[in-house]
Design a protein around this ligand. Structure first.
Ligand code: UD1
Length: 420
């Protein structure tokens, strides 16, 4: 398996282009299933999860091609089997996002039930409950969710938890349902808004996306789309933390500041100077060591769980003691044990990790365990003395486009080692 090697100690300097948001690209690609007409998505990052999604859609019978390096074209007029098999769902849980579009357009779907995952149990009960409210009959059999319906009917759905992909799935189901749907306690993440904007461009009637109550007036059919996806706030946040940890000065081009308010606030508290424009964010640490910050994860607009591991790494080398609390997923601290191997002083207590910053980490071989945990190991490697080698980097490739190339452009001494 490929590995990444980092020689730490270089303050990052320069400008980096932020890619399209993985978590917006995936549902928007799935939304192509809602229309017979051609769809075209621009600003698509080169990520493993995108390849998996294309494979999934192609297996169903959609025609998928590349218009250019970052633009995908899809036509889902003839979809012959409405199924997401276990082999694909086990590598990417977001495959569950085909459920809503398939039932809405074809009246049937068979989707492997995602199992547990490295960061927690992650049930999909709210997706299923919402689909049932829209009139689908749903049963789970031999590890598969089987859903059938004649035409779905609009309904009022109150989610027990503000699930991101659950809200997206139900929004995609409701746009083709008969009548009005209200999703209450909806997720407010920017990626939900991006999907809603794309659906609106296809002719859907949606209001309230970005608030906790989304109202949808169903249509008999939808047109295709020609859409450019939002910038990835988590990738941008990760590069900004990298700059803060190394005492550097980095501009994240294409980043949308409004999607990162809670993260930017924490970076300022840690001592960074932040300046922003409509489509860029710049962080200057002026060579200073960051100050420890407390972080408590929450659904948007709260502090994102997908940035928790990166701030745990920042606190590892910060001045002072930081407390990081994970409230969204129950087992999202696998990076802690790996960071301790570099000399971090961290104590795990339930859903909280107490971190006493140390002036210096020392490089060691590490193992990536999940996507964002891996990012935190890369960040730690950037400040560790000596060499850090991270194994199982396929986790990173699921969500970060060319991470070693982009960090290399900012001066980091980082390279990918062939499988060994
Ligand atoms: C999405 C993101 C992921 C991010 C997460 C939280 C995508 C592809 N992935 O994941 O990067 O970390 O949001 O911001 O967009 N839950 C239930 N029942 C359900 C659904 C969820 O109990 O039916 C719980 C989960 O176990 C978790 C919480 O709700 O504790 C939030 O999960 P959810 O918002 O669904 O995460 P994902 O959509 O899977």
């Amino acid at each position: 398996m490929a590995r990444i090697q980092i020689e730490g100690g270089v303050p990052l300097e320069g400008s980096v282009q932020i890619s399209g948001a993985k978590n917006a690209v995936l549902p928007i690609l799935m939304a192509s299933l809602l229309s017979k007409q051609p769809c075209r998505l621009k600003n698509v990052p080169h990520l493993k999860d995108v390849t998996t999604t294309i494979e999934l859609l192609a297996q169903m019978g959609a025609v998928v091609g590349l218009a250019d390096q970052f633009t995908i074209e899809l036509v889902a007029d003839s979809v012959s089997h409405q199924e997401a098999p276990y082999e694909l769902v086990k590598t990417m849980r977001a495959s569950i996002l085909v459920l809503g579009p398939l039932v809405a357009r074809f009246g049937r779907a068979k989707v492997s039930l995602p199992g547990g995952c490295a960061i927690g149990a992650r049930p999909v009960d709210q997706h299923l409950k919402g689909l049932e409210a829209l009139g689908a009959s749903v049963r789970v059999e031999s590890g598969y969710i089987q859903a059938t319906a004649d035409r779905l009917k609009g309904a009022k759905i109150v989610l027990d938890t503000a699930t991101v992909t659950g809200t997206e799935n139900l929004m995609m189901a409701a746009v083709l349902a008969e009548g009005e749907t209200l999703i209450e306690n909806a997720a407010q993440e920017p990626e939900v808004v991006d999907l809603a904007n794309c659906l609106i461009s296809m002719g859907a009637e949606i209001s309230g996306a970005g608030s906790n109550c989304i109202r949808i007036q169903g249509q008999a059919e939808l047109a295709g789309y020609d859409y450019s996806v939002l910038a990835d706030r988590i990738e941008a946040g990760t590069f900004l933390v990298a700059a803060a940890m190394t005492g550097g000065h980095v501009q994240a081009r294409g980043a949308v500041p409004d999607t990162l308010d809670s993260v930017l606030q924490k970076l300022e508290q840690s001592g960074a100077d932040i300046s922003t424009g409509e489509h860029w964010i710049e962080l200057n640490m002026h060579g200073r060591r960051p100050k420890a910050v407390d972080v408590s994860t929450a659904p948007f607009p709260g502090f994102p769980t997908d940035m928790q591991a990166q701030f745990t790494a920042l606190n590892a080398i910060a001045d002072g003691t930081g407390i990081v609390r994970e409230n969204v997923f129950e087992n999202r601290f696998m990076h802690v044990l790996e960071l301790q191997r570099l000399g971090a002083d961290m104590r795990l207590e339930g859903n909280t990790v107490i971190i006493r910053g140390v002036p210096k980490l020392t490089g060691a071989p590490l193992m990536a365990t999940d996507l964002r945990a891996s990012a935190s190991l890369v960040l730690a490697g950037l400040v560790a003395s000596d060499s850090t080698i991270i194994d199982r980097v396929y986790h990173i490739d699921r969500g970060y486009e060319n991470i070693e190339e982009k960090l290399g452009q900012l001066g980091a001494r980082i390279k990918r080692l062939p499988a060994g």
